[in-house]
Design a binder for this molecule. Structure first.
Ligand SMILES: O=c1ccn([C@@H]2O[C@H](COP(=O)(O)O)[C@@H](O)[C@H]2O)c(=O)[nH]1
Length: 271
C-alpha cells in the first residue's frame, strides 16, 4: 500500500484507528476454544465486526509465536484473510525486529514477501545497516521505535546523547537513511508532552501511537500536536477493543469500542 492510499482510507472512513490483534487464549470467549483454530476464528470475527471503523490492524507477533507452529499458522491465516477480503486495510506486523544487514533482509522477506504485511516495527538500536534492508522494499513501511509507551522506555530513550535525547537522535539520524520516506515511527500515547518536539523533527511522517485504552493514554492529548494536514497518525488500541467482552457478544462489544474511538477521531479530524 502507498502512503497516498492510506491517507485516502483515513479520509474515507474518518478514522485513523489501528486495532491490535493480540490474541491470548486465556482471554477469548470459551465457546471459541472448542474450534479447530480459535485464534483465527477470534480474529476473523473481530475483523468482520470492525473493518469499517478502522484503517489498520496490528497483530503483535509475540502473541502468535507463543503458541508455536499453530500460532504462526493462525497468523498466516489472519493476514491472508485481511489481504483477500479487506485489501484496503493497512497491516502492521508488530515484530520489533532488526539485526545485522543480511539477517534484517531475511526478516524483511519473511514479513513483506512471504506474509505480505504492509509494514513492520523495527528496533533502531543496531543502526543504519540494520534498518535499510527493510526500507528497500517499495510500498512497504518500516516503523521505527522512537519513544515507546512503557515505563522502561525512559531508561534509555530520553538519555542525553550528543546534546539531545536518544529518541531525538533516532528520529534525526534515520531521516538520512536510504528510502527514509518509507519510515514511520512508534511514539507512545502515554508520552503526550513529547509530540510537539517530535513533530518539529518529523513533521510529515506517520506516527504509530500505541497506549490508548488499556495503558491510559489520551487520544485528545496525542492529537493536539500529533495530527498533521495529512493526519499523520495511526492510533492503536488492542485490549481495550478486542477484550471489551469475553462472552458470545465479544464482536459486537468490540464494534462499540471501536465506534467510540472512530467518532472521537472524526471530531478531531474536523476541528
Ligand atoms: O511503545 C509501544 C510499542 C508497542 N506497543 C504494543 O502495542 C500494543 C498495545 O496494546 P494495548 O492492549 O492497547 O495496551 C501491544 O501489542 C504492545 O506490545 C506498545 O504498547 N507500546
Amino acid at each position: 500500500m502507498t502512503k497516498k492510499q492510506l491517507i485516502e482510507q483515513i479520509r474515507l472512513k474518518k478514522s485513523f484507528l489501528c486495532i491490535g490483534l493480540d490474541v491470548d487464549l486465556d482471554k477469548i470467549p470459551s465457546h471459541l476454544k472448542q474450534l479447530d483454530d480459535p485464534i483465527f476464528e477470534f480474529n476473523k470475527q473481530i475483523i468482520d465486526a470492525t473493518h469499517h471503523l478502522t484503517v489498520a490492524y496490528k497483530p503483535n507477533i509475540a502473541f502468535y509465536e507463543a503458541y508455536g507452529i499453530k500460532g504462526w499458522q493462525s497468523l498466516e491465516k489472519t493476514i491472508k484473510y485481511l489481504n483477500n477480503n479487506y485489501p484496503e486495510i493497512f497491516t502492521i506486523a508488530d515484530a520489533k525486529r532488526g539485526d545485522i544487514g543480511n539477517t534484517s533482509t531475511r526478516y524483511a522477506k519473511a514479513f513483506f514477501d512471504d506474509l505480505n504485511f504492509d509494514s513492520i516495527t523495527v528496533a533502531p538500536y543496531m543502526g543504519r545497516d540494520s534498518v535499510e534492508p527493510f526500507l528497500a522494499f517499495e510500498d512497504k513501511f518500516t516503523i521505527l521505535l522512537a519513544l515507546t509507551s512503557n515505563a522502561g522506555g525512559l531508561d534509555f530513550q530520553t538519555s542525553e546523547y550528543n546534546n539531545e535525547q536518544l529518541y531525538q537522535s533516532v528520529l534525526k539520524t534515520s531521516l538520512n537513511y536510504k528510502n527514509s520516506d518509507n519510515l514511520m515511527y512508534v511514539v507512545g500515547a502515554t508520552r503526550p508532552d513529547f509530540f510537539q518536539k517530535i513533530r518539529k523533527i518529523v513533521p510529515h511522517h506517520f506516527l504509530l501511537v500505541p497506549g490508548v485504552g488499556a495503558q491510559g493514554g489520551s487520544l485528545q492529548e496525542v492529537c493536539k500536536y500529533g495530527l498533521t494536514d495529512n493526519i499523520g497518525l495511526l492510533v492503536n488500541s488492542s485490549r481495550g477493543i478486542i477484550y471489551a467482552s469475553n462472552s458470545e457478544d465479544f464482536a459486537e462489544k468490540a464494534t462499540e469500542k471501536a465506534l467510540e474511538l472512530q467518532k472521537e477521531m472524526e471530531l478531531l479530524i474536523k476541528s
